[in-house]
Design a protein around this ligand. Structure first.
Ligand SMILES: N[C@@H](CCC(=O)N[C@@H](CS)C(=O)NCC(=O)O)C(=O)O
Length: 218
């Protein structure tokens, strides 16, 4: 079966699915679309008009969580924990990863200090939650990389770039979260989950947006 991921280069949800595909060492095709000019063929097959989509021959899956869980059940190695309760907890914490990415997006897109501070406050609350949950690492559940890690990783890919412009206050007082992010960024699947010119494209997006954070570096 051919696996084809319909993608957008800056999307953190797409990145989660790419990490999952890479962890499983699967062959897959990738097609990038411009979300500002969605092609008709994409709108025809995407119920929510969102990426990622996973095309499996004639069939299409949407929503990154459904895509990732399908891949996890269909292809070894299993990334979700075998333990039922731990797996349920991991799924719940993926919602925290969703909220982190949403707050980070608000911070990156903020044009005014008020909106940026509100987003930073949301991030701080979420960091407090994550810091209290993480153990000795290196990953969310301990020694084994899991699907929940694939969901947190894209947040850290972007935070690394944001921290070049802001004083990295957000992570400096959260040592476990900082170490967790470093471990994720060092993982081969995470490093290879974005395009080579990702940093430049992300910066151009911030410039286009008139992002508040760009004015903050010393
Ligand atoms: N819950 C969805 C979220 C996906 C999502 O928000 N994708 C964004 C790009 S990062 C998108 O396609 N947005 C459509 C648009 O901007 O019109 C998932 O996990 O797949």
């Amino acid at each position: 079966m051919t696996l084809k991921l319909i993608s957008f280069k800056l999307c953190p949800f797409v990145q989660r699915s790419i990490i999952t595909l890479l962890e499983k060492k699967l062959d897959f095709e990738i097609a990038y679309i411009d979300l500002k000019q969605k092609p008709d063929w994409f709108l025809d097959i995407s119920p929510l008009g969102k990426v990622p989509l996973l095309q499996l021959d004639e069939l299409v899956l949407f929503e990154s969580s459904a895509i990732n869980e399908y891949l996890d059940e269909a292809y070894a190695p299993r990334l979700h924990p075998a333990d039922l309760l731990l797996r349920a907890q991991n799924r719940a914490w993926i919602e925290i990863a969703n909220q982190l990415s949403a707050a980070q997006f608000k911070l990156a897109m903020a044009q005014q200090v008020i909106a940026a501070e509100a987003a930073q406050n949301q991030l701080t609350i979420l960091f407090q939650q994550l810091e209290g949950k993480l153990g000795t690492g290196p990953f969310f559940n301990g020694s084994t990389f899991a699907l929940v890690d694939a969901c947190f990783a894209p947040f850290f890919t972007r935070q690394l770039l944001i921290d070049k412009h802001l004083k990295p206050v957000l992570t400096s007082c959260f040592s476990k979260t900082t170490a967790y992010g470093e471990q994720l960024l060092a993982r081969e699947s995470v490093a290879n989950s974005v395009v080579a010119d990702y940093q430049q494209i992300y910066l151009e997006r911030l410039i286009d947006q008139g992002s508040w954070i760009l004015g903050q570096s010393d």
